[in-house]
Design a protein. Structure first.
Length: 492
């Protein structure tokens, strides 16, 4: 994965700055509460939701176990249908492939349908460096691009902006990118949408090259699938003469029957709709309709390394619905920018450190960007146990150990700043392995509880500054159990 956002500090510092932004918190609170309430109603309509969730989990796990076989089948099907498949090991290679393909057409501008994979590799910046301008066509992505901003949500990249801010961005920036916004533009949703529609329409009709991602790839037929709500994807996928799709290798499903499961769970978990307004599928090329040339760039960029981790690989099940973001109390208060990645929220806290490694301060801090409340696991439509992976990655940060990077087994060093945590965990491990010492420690703690401080000293101050220390009972559980004969003689 390409580097973190330039200048981003570790999550605690970035989150500290974000929670002091009252406007940001207000925007996030209103949006996330609204989305998750609608999602809950949409999911409740299905009596077999739990069965669909389990089916999605099984399909994803099966596909990941046999990923090599399905990717080769996909390549054969895409090639047979008239497309060309390219393999990209990392961001640099993917950017080079796409840039060369665009330059070969002689064009200097492209239209894009929302693609997190291209954001992950920094494709827009790579194209710009070669004199090629990329126009985002998703409404929220357009707002982010015009505002010289960064996405802060998987589904709604401009969730941190309110209508007044969007109006000001359109008035100020649209003329620099094409058709200007009306002088009398207000902040009503209909007027903002119409301004964006008119601005983008000329780009759709002019562009010769389109760049897309894909929500799914069907191995048996070589079909790619994009689901969206605005119709911009349909324009990008059908009007240009050349279509280039950049897709992570984990987005594959074996058959159309498997796809059926996700076309039920994804819209309800993301936009709280029974089905997406636009579901676009394309298989290679035809002589009479759509692009004349189709290229598929299959992106690894750390995914194979993630697949090698028995616990962490479940993050690759993700179908990018964003349900985990909308229920996360940490994301709601800190916002997406604090995560320093195109993948914010709980899924970003486990995906980014695996794709990029934990060498940087921000990646080492992301597994701690959670209260471990478990709400993210409860809403995940493919049952990713995010809290389990978070704890797994915390252990990796603190203790180091074996991992796979760029296809090679490496021994990671413990991250800096966790000396006290390592010492505490090792002391706890020793105590639990020696019952007599544990019993003595419990009794001493109970008898001296009136002397215990209200806050922890030194590094522990950061923990106790925002939460109360647990009260030590007057009597250890073991002693109570012995004294009361397992509670039978307890007269209280």
């Amino acid at each position: 994965m390409s580097g973190t956002y330039l200048g981003m500090p570790a999550f605690p510092q970035a989150a500290h700055d974000a929670v002091n932004d009252a406007t940001l918190r207000g925007n996030l609170r209103h949006a996330t509460h609204t989305i998750r309430a609608k999602r809950a109603r949409a999911v409740a309509e299905l009596s077999d939701w739990d069965a669909l969730r389990e089916a999605g989990r099984r399909i994803k796990d099966h596909t990941l176990r046999h990923l090599d076989r399905y990717l080769l089948r996909l390549e054969e099907a895409v090639t047979a249908a008239g497309g060309t498949v390219h393999w990209a090991a990392d961001a640099e290679e993917a950017n080079r492939i796409v840039t060369d393909l665009v330059k070969a057409t002689g064009e200097s501008e492209v239209v894009k349908v929302k693609s997190m994979a291209t954001q992950e590799i920094g494709l827009n910046e790579a194209l710009e460096a070669e004199g090629i301008r990329a126009y985002e066509t998703d409404l929220a992505e357009l707002i982010v691009q015009l505002g010289k901003d960064r996405p802060s949500h998987i589904l709604v990249p401009a969730i941190h902006r309110n209508r007044g801010e969007i109006r000001d961005i359109f008035r100020r920036e649209m003329s620099q990118w094409g058709r200007p916004a009306p002088d009398d533009l207000t902040d009503t949703p209909a007027e903002l949408a119409e301004a964006a529609r008119l601005h983008l329409r000329e780009k759709f009709l002019r562009a010769k090259v389109g760049i897309s991602g894909a929500n799914f790839m069907v191995a048996e037929t070589g079909t790619l699938v994009v689901v969206e709500s605005e119709g911009n994807g349909r324009m990008c996928l059908t009007l240009p003469e050349t279509l280039i799709s950049v897709v992570g290798i984990e987005k594959i499903v074996p058959t159309w029957q498997d796809l059926e499961v996700f076309l039920q769970t994804l819209p309800r978990s993301s936009t709280a709709e029974r089905m997406n307004p636009y579901t676009s599928t394309w298989t290679g090329t035809t002589d009479t309709d759509g692009p004349r040339t189709f290229h598929l760039v299959l992106l690894d960029n750390g995914r194979t390394d993630t697949l090698a981790d028995d616990v962490g690989r479940q993050a690759l099940r993700c179908i990018r619905c964003s349900a985990c973001l909308n229920v996360c109390p940490v994301y709601e208060r800190a916002g997406g920018h604090a995560y320093g990645s195109v993948y914010p929220g709980p899924i970003g806290a486990i995906l980014s450190p695996q794709l990029r490694g934990t060498a940087s301060a921000i990646d080492a801090s992301l597994p701690y960007a959670s209260s471990l409340c478990g709400a993210c696991y409860e809403v995940c439509p493919v049952a990713i146990d995010i809290p389990e992976v978070l704890v797994h990655l915390r252990e990796r940060v603190v203790e180091g150990g074996e991992a796979v990077r760029e296809g090679n087994k490496v021994l990671l060093k413990p991250a800096k700043g966790h000396v006290a945590e390592r010492a505490a965990m090792r002391a706890a491990r020793w105590a639990f392995a020696h019952p007599a010492a544990l019993r003595t420690g419990q009794r001493l703690a109970s008898r001296s509880r009136r002397l215990h401080p209200r806050t922890l000293p030194g590094p522990g101050r950061a923990w106790s500054a925002t939460r109360d220390l647990p009260a030590v009972p007057a009597e250890p559980f073991r002693d109570w159990w012995q004294r009361t004969n397992g509670g039978k003689d307890d007269t209280k």
